[in-house]
Design a protein around this ligand. Structure first.
Ligand SMILES: Nc1nc2c(c(=O)[nH]1)N[C@H]1C(S)=C(S)[C@@H](COP(=O)(O)O)O[C@H]1N2
Ligand SMILES: [Mo]
Length: 260
């Protein structure tokens, strides 16, 4: 799909929602509209975000499924075998040297190993993964609720987003190599189904699905669910990352808030 087609879709979405009424004044989770966030969210995208926030409710859960509804393996998509040297070395040692780094606008930055993460209270959920390309998979994910980790690092009041920086490099002919990255707001980061997953269908998360750690953001599309997570950074400004749209695919025209 071309950039033009995506932009047009985004425009149409915004236009449709705008015609549903004067929604913009009712609910504004972005708070101060004069902040740097403005540069990140285009009008239609921001409207979509705010309307979806309103329709979703704050803590509604994504549907969870039963074991018998898992009919196929989670289909690996996007990067499935990162070639990056630092990643390969770590993977060769079964991720023993891996440390998840959490920093940015926090009072207590943290570094944790995979063993330490596995020792924390875990959550397991069977959910459906929807890729923007049009396929879905139901799978069982096990990991650490992100909310607990966020509490642990004690965010400063100015923090609004969590940025996920990944190990894998995307080969992109147009802009050159670039690391995959993603971001969500603190609201989604604290949602009870948002987990940093290290397990898939009862086994350790395979490399093809994002080992050692990938995020599940169950009320949004697949591209939000960063695999191969290197670090989490709390920030008030997405403009500092990539081209400033909040994620690798967002920089290529997809919406930042990808509600299902
Ligand atoms: N680091 C990284 N995360 C990523 C991607 C990627 O290429 N690199 N692809 C995204 C897309 S488009 C989808 S649909 C899912 C695929 O996850 P899966 O391989 O476990 O099915 O990962 C998302 N997260
Ligand atoms: Mo995707």
């Amino acid at each position: 799909m071309t950039r033009l087609a995506l932009s047009r879709r985004r425009f149409l979405t915004g236009a449709t929602l705008a015609s549903a009424g004067t929604l913009s004044g009712c609910f504004d989770p972005l708070g101060n509209r004069d902040s740097s966030v403005r540069g990140v969210l285009e009008t239609a995208n921001s409207l979509t975000y705010r309307v979806q926030r309103m329709l979703l409710g704050s803590d509604d859960l994504a549907r969870e499924y039963s074991e018998s509804e898992i009919r196929q393996p989670q289909r690996p998509n996007g990067s499935t075998d990162p070639r990056d040297g630092d990643y390969r070395q770590m993977a060769g040692e079964n991720f023993a040297s891996y440390r998840l780094k959490i920093g940015g606008l926090v009072d207590a930055p943290l570094e944790v190993s995979l063993d330490e993460l596995r020792a924390m209270p875990a959550r397991t959920q069977i959910t459906r993964h929807d890729c923007v390309e049009g396929w879905s998979c139901i799978a069982k994910w096990t990991g650490v609720p992100l909310a607990g980790l966020i509490d642990q690092v004690r965010p400063k009041t100015s923090a609004r987003f969590v940025v996920f920086e990944c190990f894998d490099t995307m080969e992109n002919g147009f802009t050159g190599p670039i690391k995959y990255y993603e971001s969500i707001d603190l609201h989604d980061a604290r949602h009870p189904q948002t987990i940093l997953a290290y397990g898939l269908n009862g086994a350790p998360l395979p490399v093809s699905n994002g080992a050692p750690l990938r995020v599940r953001v169950e009320r949004q599309l697949g591209y939000k669910m960063a695999k191969y997570i290197r670090s989490l950074t709390l920030t008030d400004d997405l403009a500092a990352y990539g081209d400033g749209n909040g994620g690798y695919w967002e920089d290529r025209g997809y919406e930042w808030f990808a509600g299902i």
